[in-house]
Design a protein around this ligand. Structure first.
Ligand SMILES: Nc1nc2c(c(=O)[nH]1)N[C@H]1C(S)=C(S)[C@@H](COP(=O)(O)OP(=O)(O)OC[C@H]3O[C@@H](n4cnc5c(=O)[nH]c(N)nc54)[C@H](O)[C@@H]3O)O[C@H]1N2
Ligand SMILES: Nc1nc2c(c(=O)[nH]1)N[C@H]1C(S)=C(S)[C@@H](COP(=O)(O)OP(=O)(O)OC[C@H]3O[C@@H](n4cnc5c(=O)[nH]c(N)nc54)[C@H](O)[C@@H]3O)O[C@H]1N2
Ligand SMILES: [Mo]
Length: 760
């Protein structure tokens, strides 16, 4: 049984398909950017805003977390950064009249694209118990409602405080302080769905959960391996760094089930030559099967071990632990198993080995293609083994480079947004504020959904993001959210989460990165940390979307006063008026932020946080050394007649925010309900290009999860694999299908059956 896609709103999903492209950026990118920006902002505001992106006196791009570098172009933006800015700086408004005209049931029937297109939210809105639509509410009343529900809980652990990664350091620090003063470590964040596997793997092996390279290192590398990442769409500014590395002689290996345009060729919009001709980036493309990376790196490690003189024995002896056990396991790696797991040819792996051995300085970059599988943590540990073997950590041009997503997701974690905080962090926090933080761990994203589902959690508060849109198992998650007594969203724009509410609900509109933030203490700025551990300031320059908006720090501070009342000795009011007073506290609590205010003033371009492995080849792990690890090789086993589905991003989206219905580099236009399948697999399943199919996910709980009405696109992906966009496919990802250790939803390895629609 198959059916057509749900008819929600006037947005037509009718995909048109052309052959995929082989180059990214270039002139079409600029044209496309200006079109989307002008539609949202008009001409003058477009110019005024885009010129301020990532400048030293401007705001941090709300797009990705890629660093800026020191010499900035006049227009230090990329196509997708500009789209993120236009989405936020739009002139469209969602006012109380809008909510009066659109009852909750209507909002719930709309697509995410339609919701986002309505514009910026201008006033706090309240959905009373039993009401059919949101109504305007004062800020005082909104905070009183939150206080009522939070103080009525049997335990502080019945409250959940979610953070998405656009939140500034200052707001994040206040939110975790409030949660802990209130009495819980329930601080799930988007990182739980994103790079948690990287953090888990790196913390254990090198002693710090962050990448060890700077932009300069990338420029100096001999070999850069980009595995499980699509920078042409998701980190376009990274292509400039890869181009520069290539110009100085670096080689690039791409490991991906899909041939991604940005990795093939890059037409740099910042240079006339690049614009016309472009640079070829990838030297060797390893078209791997989904989930085959651990096996690939394991075999490379075996081959390095077997090559005389290839191991950096001095480094291994001086700085590492666990080598013998690891080496014994790696030597047992098996060619046949590796070829089966990866789908690669022997000659391809041998070619990769030559490049690995020829390189003195190697960097491995990765993103969601490595982090969202059951065996992601051992996979990333194998990458660390690979780098340790040849001493590729803690010297120029070498290291680990997990490429982060949200622009401040790394900073939020540094500020203490973590359900499993280190005891030393809590000790410092308690000492500074005279509080007693709970020591037991809180809930991550998946556990939070389970807690809502099971009635263990009753209040859900989100600092940004789109929780029900971004999380797995949509039907389960939405039912869980509806069981809450109160749901609160601090948001800039409408999304699905505002339509799936608890008994009561609040929407609290807030300033975005581009908005000017003036408090009683004068004009404020905030700070963020990029993917490479550089901290810098961000200043909005546009008049806010309306007079009623509050900043994120102000919202937390006022909520804290309403909830904690005179029981709190924390100067919340002072924090709201002058964010420098928050930074003074951060300086005393978080290592690496000493003299925070002075250093941010002295370094407009930002300052680097300490990173022991990178700076001094010191590894603050349990053993005091960098740890080799030895885990059995795993890879997804797919039953006959099934495909392994990865859920990924199109070119016209930012996570659950849909900018448009095109995925230009992959040749898809005008629709998102497509599934990319290798032509031979499609033919074996009897699916012609253009046929409509349902995606049915099979999981060991015996429940079938179905996403109806996807157009089949014959596409050159790895055999046995398929790809479709998130968030439409979240419905297929079982809540319990997560990565071992990190508990990240395994949204890149979903076993599916394709059932052709009889009506198509
Ligand atoms: N424009 C734009 N920019 C963004 C975002 C956005 O949505 N839009 N999102 C931001 C966020 S939060 C994040 S986390 C990043 C995400 O950045 P990416 O990780 O690049 O995002 P995905 O689209 O999930 O792409 C995953 C890539 O991994 C590949 N892949 C999938 N499975 C495997 C595998 O098993 N092995 C290997 N080797 N490769 C695999 C896919 O083919 C794809 O190229 O981007 C950030 N930047
Ligand atoms: N199937 C599948 N699921 C995935 C993934 C996948 O690859 N596949 N990727 C996962 C990843 S990597 C991530 S990071 C998560 C993303 O999860 P989230 O971070 O929760 O989702 P976003 O779509 O980025 O959130 C968008 C919303 O944030 C709000 N917003 C935007 N800017 C601001 C701001 O400045 N302040 C505030 N308060 N709100 C703001 C807007 O209301 C907007 O609608 O999704 C995860 N889910
Ligand atoms: Mo992410």
């Amino acid at each position: 049984m198959a059916s057509k896609p749900p008819a929600g709103d006037p947005v037509q999903d009718a995909p048109q398909v052309a052959p995929p492209q082989h180059a990214a950026a270039g002139l079409p990118a600029i044209g496309h950017t200006l079109k989307i920006a002008q539609e949202q902002m008009g001409l003058r505001r477009t110019a005024r805003t885009l010129l301020k992106v990532n400048q030293k006196d401007g705001f941090d791009c709300p797009g990705c977390a890629w660093p800026e570098g020191d010499k900035r172009h006049v227009a230090e933006f990329c196509e997708n950064g500009a789209k993120a800015v236009a989405e936020e700086a739009t002139l469209r408004r969602v006012t109380p009249d809008f909510f009066a005209a659109h009852p909750l049931a209507d909002l719930a029937s709309r697509s995410g694209y339609w919701l986002g297109q309505q514009g910026r939210i201008t006033q706090p809105m309240y959905l009373p118990e039993g009401a059919d639509r949101y109504e305007a509410v004062t800020w005082e009343r909104a905070f009183a409602i939150i206080a009522e529900e939070l103080t009525a809980l049997d335990s502080p652990d019945e409250a959940l405080f979610y953070t998405s990664g656009r939140t500034s350091n200052e707001a994040a620090f206040l939110l975790q302080l409030f949660a802990r003063e209130f009495g819980t470590n329930n601080l799930p964040d988007c990182s739980n769905m994103c790079h948690e596997s990287s953090g888990s793997a790196l913390n254990e092996t090198i002693g710090i959960g962050k990448g060890s390279v700077s932009l300069e290192d990338l420029h100096q590398a001999d070999l850069i391996i980009v595995a499980g990442q699509n920078p042409g769409t998701n980190h376009p500014r990274m292509l400039s760094a890869l181009e520069k590395a290539k110009a100085s002689g670096a080689k690039i290996i791409s490991v991906n089930p899909l041939p991604e345009a940005g990795l093939e060729r890059f037409k740099n919009p910042q240079t006339p030559h690049g614009m016309l001709k472009g640079a070829t980036l990838t030297d060797l493309f390893l078209q791997i099967r989904i989930g085959g990376d651990q096996a690939l790196f394991r075999l490379l490690n075996k081959l390095v071990l077997e090559t005389p003189g290839a191991v950096d024995e001095e480094f291994v002896t001086a700085h590492t632990h666990g080598y013998e056990e690891f080496a014994a396991t790696a030597r047992a790696a098996d060619w046949d198993e590796t070829l089966a797991a990866t789908g690669l040819r022997r000659t391809e792996i041998e070619r990769a080995l030559e490049m690995v051995l020829a390189s003195r300085r190697t960097i491995v970059c990765w993103a969601m293609g490595l982090t969202q599988h059951k065996h992601s943590v051992p996979t990333i540990r194998e990458v660390v083994n690979f780098l340790l073997l040849r001493g590729n950590i803690g010297r120029p041009g070498a290291g680990v480079c997990p490429v982060r997503g949200h622009s401040n997701v790394q900073g939020d974690r540094t500020m203490g947004i973590f359900e499993r905080p280190a005891p030393a962090f809590l000790d410092a926090l308690d000492k500074e504020f005279g509080i007693t933080s709970p020591r037991h761990h809180g809930f991550d994203v998946v556990r939070s959904i389970q807690a809502l589902r099971d009635g263990e959690a009753k209040v859900f508060f989100a600092m940004g993001g789109n929780f029900v849109g971004a999380t797995p198992d949509t039907e389960v998650t939405e039912a869980a959210m509806r069981r809450a007594r109160l749901t609160v969203h601090v948001s800039t724009k409408l999304n699905r989460s505002h339509a799936v509410t608890g008994t009561r609900a609040l929407i609290l509109p807030t300033l975005g990165r581009t908005d000017k933030d003036v408090q009683r203490g004068g004009k404020q700025f905030v700070t963020v940390e990029d993917s490479m551990g550089l901290v810098h300031a961000s200043r909005g320059n546009l008049p806010p979307a309306g007079p009623h908006l509050l900043s994120e720090p102000a919202i937390v501070a006022r909520m804290a006063r309403a909830v904690l009342g005179s029981g709190s000795a924390t100067p919340w009011e002072e924090f709201e008026q002058d964010y420098a007073t928050i930074r003074d506290r951060i300086a005393r609590v978080v290592p690496g932020f000493e003299d925070f205010n002075a250093r941010i003033a002295a370094n407009p371009g930002g300052f680097a946080l300490p990173h022991a492995p990178r700076d001094e080849r010191r590894f603050p792990t349990a053993t005091g050394k960098a740890n080799f690890t030895a885990a059995p090789v795993e890879y997804p086993k797919v039953p006959q007649g099934r495909l392994l589905l990865q859920t990924l991003r199109s070119h016209d989206q930012y996570n659950t925010t849909i900018y448009g219905l095109d995925d230009r580099y992959r040749g898809i236009k005008g629709g998102r309900r497509v599934v990319l399948v290798h032509p031979d697999d499609a033919r074996a399943l009897g699916l012609a290009d253009g046929a409509y199919t349902d995606l049915v996910s099979e999981w060991k709980d015996g429940t079938e999860r179905r996403a109806p009405g996807f157009r089949v696109v014959h596409y050159p992906t790895a055999r046995g694999c398929a790809a479709a966009y998130y968030p439409e496919t979240n419905i297929l990802v079982p809540l319990e299908s997560t990565a071992d250790i990190s508990n990240t939803p395994a949204s890149k390895s979903v076993i599916v059956r394709l059932e052709q629609s009889p009506t198509a």
